[in-house]
Design a protein around this ligand. Structure first.
Ligand SMILES: [Zn+2]
Length: 112
């Protein structure tokens, strides 16, 4: 994996962690019905650090979109074929990383 690829995936991990925080807060404050009906503005988890595109999803849709930690939720067209492959392409695009620049404990590897 090149430094550029690592940096772009690190950007995606930052966006994903913002969405995970939003999900936790939504689960705290929304009742059962609202979790399935109230659209939240999650953020596009693409590699462009300047991307501000919202992903309007209910928290239930968000929870059902990702199958494993290598998958990221993107606005359609924001995927980059050298670091990820498209798994699903609907209202949102779900991509899966070929590889994550992570250590065993889930942290980013330090830069060499
Ligand atoms: Zn994006």
């Amino acid at each position: 994996m090149t430094k550029s690829q690592e940096r772009r995936i690190a950007n995606e991990l930052v966006f994903k962690s913002r969405n995970e925080n939003s999900k936790r807060m939504a689960l705290d404050v929304l009742d059962h019905e609202s979790r399935a009906t109230y659209k939240l503005n999650f953020v596009c988890e693409c590699s462009n650090e300047h991307c501000t595109e919202p992903l309007a999803l209910t928290v239930i849709e968000y929870l059902n979109s990702r199958r494993n930690e290598r998958q990221f939720l993107l606005k359609p067209g924001h995927q980059q074929s050298d670091i990820e492959t498209v798994i699903r392409n609907e209202v949102i695009t779900v991509v899966e990383k070929f590889e994550l620049p992570m250590t065993i404990d889930g942290r980013l590897k330090p830069s060499r």
